[in-house]
Design a protein around this ligand. Structure first.
Ligand SMILES: *Cc1c(COP(=O)(O)O)cnc(C)c1O
Length: 397
């Protein structure tokens, strides 16, 4: 059998390559941080990690992780409800709920799992899930695993959402589901308007704070902080794999009965291993740091503002952003790839995105700013962008 199947796979791989969509991995041989070394020894400035607070190589988190390994060992070797729950995992859940101002939290090994496991235990074919068209793949998959009736509205389009809510009055329970920050444009979901609609049409809300936690809001508490709705949203999901140190782990936080049911019925929680003690301990240390100071958030906000203003001044077309994601619009797929390659030669690591990742003719370079970037590093990036922008005729000479 495999011979035929192999030929089939090979032809699939070829068609991916022919379409120019084959993904190569760039190998990093240093810790993840602002200045990284890639295989071959080249040193580059990293502007494409989700390391928004620069915590991926933070000494305090590393120390906390090492100490936990000495005290609690390496792994848990169990799902949570059999014997995979340690004091550290419980403490981390408490910290997550405190951070977001919610009632309780439940950990998963990733946010992909959290989103995969959150819908099916809560909603049935009698209910409605109303989802933003640009929601993350894990939300889409999670919704697929659930029998609820699905509605979809165009990205952040509150008129379409209202129409969906009207139609969904037929169902028993309704929940609006959205990413907090959309990763290609950097826009924040209009949670204030969503909340008003939810009140008007008797619906609940779930926000995935993966790209917004640690970033959005004055103290980085996410979209509910930005829109003054702390504690008002029924479900938040998020990851420990981006702002929060960048290791692994995901969570659902929100109303306590929701979390309680998930502990009973959520399949990725019931049938997959617990996060290791070192990750829990580093997470606790990270939330302790956040509760003491907003220094990193302040730095991130200042860095983002600085970068966007300078780039605009240089003449680049940048999408309005409310996060640390800056989309530098080029509107041409080939140009986006050329530009990313030339920037890499200049020691600036960014990624160009084009169809089908973003709509046709909306090709761009995405820059992710971090609190871990120094002003000098931001200046180096801006200088390189300007130089290559002129070379490629994007900017006037
Ligand atoms: C990154 C991301 C995830 C996945 O998080 P992991 O913890 O890496 O699985 C889920 N949702 C959104 C919106 C994300 O950006």
């Amino acid at each position: 059998m495999y011979k035929d199947f192999q030929a089939h796979l090979k032809s699939e791989i070829k068609s991916i390559k022919d379409a120019g969509l084959y993904k190569d991995e760039r190998i990093i041989t240093s810790p993840q941080r602002a200045d990284i070394t890639v295989k071959g020894g080249k040193k580059v400035l990293n502007f494409c990690a989700n390391n928004y607070l620069g915590l991926s190589d933070n000494p305090r988190l590393i120390k906390a992780a090492k100490a936990a390994m000495d005290k609690r060992g390496y792994g848990m070797s169990s799902v949570r409800f059999i014997c995979g729950t340690g004091d550290l995992q419980k403490e981390l859940e408490k910290k997550i709920a405190e951070f977001f101002g919610t009632e309780d939290a439940i950990l998963y090994t990733s946010c992909f799992d959290a989103n995969g496991g959150v819908f099916e235990p809560l909603f049935t074919e009698e209910d409605a899930i109303i989802s933003d068209s640009l929601n993350h793949a894990s939300i889409i998959d999670g919704v697929r695993l659930c029998k609820a009736v699905r509605y979809r509205y165009a990205n952040a389009d509150m008129n379409e959402l209202e129409n969906c809510l009207k139609q969904a009055q037929k169902q028993r329970y309704r929940i609006i589901v959205s990413d907090g920050v959309f990763s290609m444009d950097g826009n924040v979901t209009p949670l204030d308007q969503m909340y008003k609609l939810a009140q008007k049409y008797n619906a609940m809300i779930m926000v995935d704070e993966s790209h917004s936690a640690g970033v959005v809001g004055k103290t980085g508490r996410g979209t509910t902080e930005l829109h003054h709705l702390r504690g008002k949203v029924e479900i938040l999901t998020g990851t420990l794999g981006k702002s929060f140190g960048g290791a692994v782990g995901g969570f659902v936080t929100g109303k306590k009965e929701i979390v309680e049911i998930l502990r009973q019925r959520s399949r990725p929680y019931l049938f997959s291993n617990s996060i290791p003690p070192m990750v829990a301990a580093a997470g606790i240390e990270m939330f302790n740091m956040m509760s003491r100071t907003n220094k990193l958030q302040d730095k991130l906000h200042a860095n983002t503002k600085y970068f966007v203003e300078k780039m605009k001044k240089a003449g680049f077309d940048i999408k309005p952003t409310q996060s640390a994601i800056c989309a530098i619009m080029l509107y041409d797929a080939k140009l986006s790839q050329q530009m990313a390659a030339k920037l890499l030669d200049e020691g600036i690591y960014v990624v160009g995105f084009y169809y089908p990742v973003v709509p046709k003719d909306l090709a761009r370079i995405r820059v992710q700013v971090s609190a871990g970037h120094s002003k000098a590093q931001l200046d180096r990036a801006i200088t390189a962008f300007t130089k290559i922008g002129k070379e490629l005729g994007i900017l006037k000479k």
